[in-house]
Design a protein around this ligand. Sequence first.
Ligand code: ATP
Ligand code: MG
Length: 234
Amino acid sequence: EQRREFVANVSHELRTPITSIRSYAETIEQSLEDMPKETVLSFLGVIINETDRIGMIVKDLLQLSQFDSGRSDMRFEPFNLTDSLRRIHQALILEAAKHKMEMTLDTSEDLPMIEGDKSRIEQVILNIVSNAVRYTPEGGRIVISAKKAEDKVDIKVEDNGIGVPEEDLPHIFERFYRVDKARSRSMGGTGLGLAISREIVVRHGGTITIQSQLGRGTAVTVTLPVRQGGGEAA
Ligand code: ATP
Ligand code: MG
C-alpha cells in the first residue's frame, strides 16, 4: 500500500513540471514568430526552472532509494560540528536577512568532535534551517544552537514561524508529506527534505524530533552520538 502511494506521489510530483514544460515549449514552437523576445526568454526561464525542479526531485529520490537498498555510502570520520554550524549559519544568514529575519547561532564552547558523514550531517542541518527560513514570515527569528549532553550532542533549530498543526506532526517525516501542498510547492518544496534527513540521522544512530505550535513556531532537534559504536570519547 505504501509503495503504491509512493509511486502515485512520485508520478504526480513529476507530472506537474513536465506538463508545464510541455505547454511552454509548445507555445514557443507554435508562436515564435509573433512573440516578443522578452516573452520567449521568460518562457525559456520557466522551462529551465521546471527542469531544475525535476532534476532535484530525481536526485532526492535516488538518494532515498540508495538508503532503501542499503547502497548508501556513508563515510564516517571525525569532524568539527561547530565549524559546520558556522558555515551553514554564514550560508543562510543573507537569505534570512532578505526576509528581514534574525538568525543567531549559539553553540557551547565544549562541543566534542562528531564521528559521522560530515557532508550528510551538514545536508540535514541545512534542510532544517532552510525549512525554518521557508516557513517563517518576514521579521521572524531563527535560533540555531548546539550543546553537549553526556555522550551525545543536541542540535536545535527554533523558529517563530507558522508552525505545524498537531494532527500533521506525526506525519511530518513521511516522504512527500507537506502540511500545505500548494504553499510548500510554490516555495519549491517537495516534502522529501525531512524524510531524507531522518534516514541520515537514523543511520548515525541518532534521533530527529519536532515540536511545534500552530502560529507560534517550531523546534527541530537532532541528537547525534558523539562516537559511532558508543565508544569512550578520547
Ligand atoms: P523540500 O524540503 O523537499 O524542499 P518541504 O520543505 O516541503 O520540501 P520537508 O522539509 O520534508 O519538505 O518538510 C515537510 C513539511 O513540514 C513542509 O512542507 C512543511 O509543511 C512542514 N514544515 C517543516 N519545517 C517546518 C517549520 N520549521 N515550520 C513550519 N512547518 C514546517
Ligand atoms: Mg524542506
